[in-house]
Design a protein around this ligand. Structure first.
Ligand SMILES: *Cc1c(COP(=O)(O)O)cnc(C)c1O
Length: 411
């Protein structure tokens, strides 16, 4: 396997050392094949918001398994999850399930082009929308970590319609619209960035994009593959009160099984085959196991107090890390919203990917190794957000902060 992994973000190339091979996971913890236990802040990159291998999710999956693993025909569970997603996410009136966030973003791009009959699209530097050709332009996540923002193998003809702007820069977006009148199908973004490290939208940025897209007849797409059901039950669009035209989802809505979804305005979604002419399909899409894990996960998240608890422990962690950095004379900035957090080793503030690149990645590598040695598993990159779950306790956070104090005093 190239690099020994099935996905590059799992490798330790940017922090040094070899990736840890997991044996099993439970709640807030993961165990490696040598029997070492870690407090986990990756949460399988987002899905494990209720904690790993939640007993109710496992029980529901065991029951579903008895009925078969894939139908290749409609399954009533799809309707259950569809209704839950439609009820939760303000922009979604109709939804299509796919198998990954990448697929959801590919499909939504085809859809905005089909609907507007325009070909250009604006994305932001450092934002990641999966690994499809047209999004591998100044992308985030593993491509940022490995310093490969524009991948070889992607034809120029495919990316020539992908325009980019710095995150939080409304003027740059406006200029692109002015230079390409009636050519831009839409704007896609992570409404809170997690794939260039954790970066929040400045006041007025999301509102400004909503207004600009409307003014120029383009569509606004929130890629909430990471933020959906994490920043709030209804995603960043609920949290910030800005409703895009379309939304992509993944990660949490599959409860740890392969899933993605895209949805939005009924008039736009009605273009998707077989209701309309825009083709998109999938052998395993909406399969009963992924639907079951998703439904149970969302049910668990609906328990009163879930997001208050997530916000409380994550704030304890993020504030604690910054306070320790200060005490130990390490320049750092960062923050959290709900169960998503991040810290950069630079004075900040970080408004975009250019700012994020000023962070001391070498220091982050040493921090990461020190934490790992003390039983704390962080994403092996300065350019990835961290995730907490309902299974993390205040004692877990305290233990993490104690480890951080040890490590940061010797950086
Ligand atoms: C993870 C992620 C994707 C890609 O999802 P996959 O399931 O890994 O294909 C797309 N967009 C965002 C914002 C993500 O965080």
């Amino acid at each position: 396997m190239p690099g020994g992994v099935s996905s590059p973000v799992r490798a330790f190339k940017s922090v040094g050392g070899q990736p840890i091979v997991f044996d099993h996971v439970k709640g807030a913890y993961v165990w490696d094949v040598d029997g070492n236990q870690y407090i986990d802040y990756v949460g399988t990159w987002g899905p494990a918001i209720c904690g790993h291998a939640h007993p109710e999710v496992i029980a529901a999956l065991q029951a579903a398994l008895e009925k078969g693993t894939s139908f290749g025909a409609p399954c009533a569970l799809e309707n259950v999850l569809a209704e839950m997603v439609i009820a939760a996410v303000p922009s979604i009136e109709m939804v299509r399930f796919v198998n990954s966030g990448t697929e959801a973003c590919m499909a939504v791009l085809r859809l905005i082009r089909a609907f507007t009959k325009r070909e250009k699209v604006i994305k932001f530097e450092g934002c990641y929308h999966g690994h499809a050709d047209m999004f591998l332009v100044k992308a985030g996540s593993g491509v940022a970590t490995l310093g490969l923002p524009d991948s070889p193998g992607v034809p120029k003809s495919v990316t020539s319609n992908t325009l980019t702007a710095p995150y939080n820069d409304l003027e740059a977006v406006k200029a692109l619209f002015e230079e390409n009148p009636e050519e831009i199908a839409g704007v896609i973004l992570e409404p809170v960035v997690g794939n260039a490290g954790f970066i929040t939208p400045d006041a007025g940025f999301l509102e400004g994009l909503r207004e600009l897209t409307q003014e120029y007849g383009a569509l606004l797409v929130f890629d909430e593959v990471m933020t959906g059901f994490r920043i709030a039950y209804g995603g960043a669009q609920e949290k910030f009160g800005i409703t895009p035209d379309l939304t992509t989802l993944g990660k949490i809505i599959g409860g740890g099984l392969p899933v993605g979804a895209y949805g939005g305005r009924r008039d736009i979604m009605s273009m998707v085959a077989p209701a309309g002419p825009m083709y998109q399909a999938g052998t395993l899409s909406g399969n009963p196991l992924a639907m079951t894990a998703g439904i149970k996960t969302l049910e668990l998240l609906q328990k009163p107090g879930t997001y208050e608890y997530l916000d409380k422990i994550t704030k304890q962690l993020a504030d604690g890390l910054l306070a320790i950095a200060k005490e130990t004379d390490n320049e750092a900035c960062g923050g959290q919203i709900s169960a998503m957090f991040g810290m950069f080793f630079c004075p900040g503030p970080v408004h975009n990917y250019e700012d994020a690149k000023k962070a001391d990645t070498n220091k982050f590598g040493r921090f990461h190794r020190g934490m790992l040695e003390r039983g704390i598993y962080l994403a092996p990159s300065q350019f990835e957000a961290g995730f907490t779950s309902c299974a993390h306790t205040e004692a877990d956070i305290e233990k993490t902060l104690q480890a951080a104090r040890d490590v940061m005093s010797s950086l």
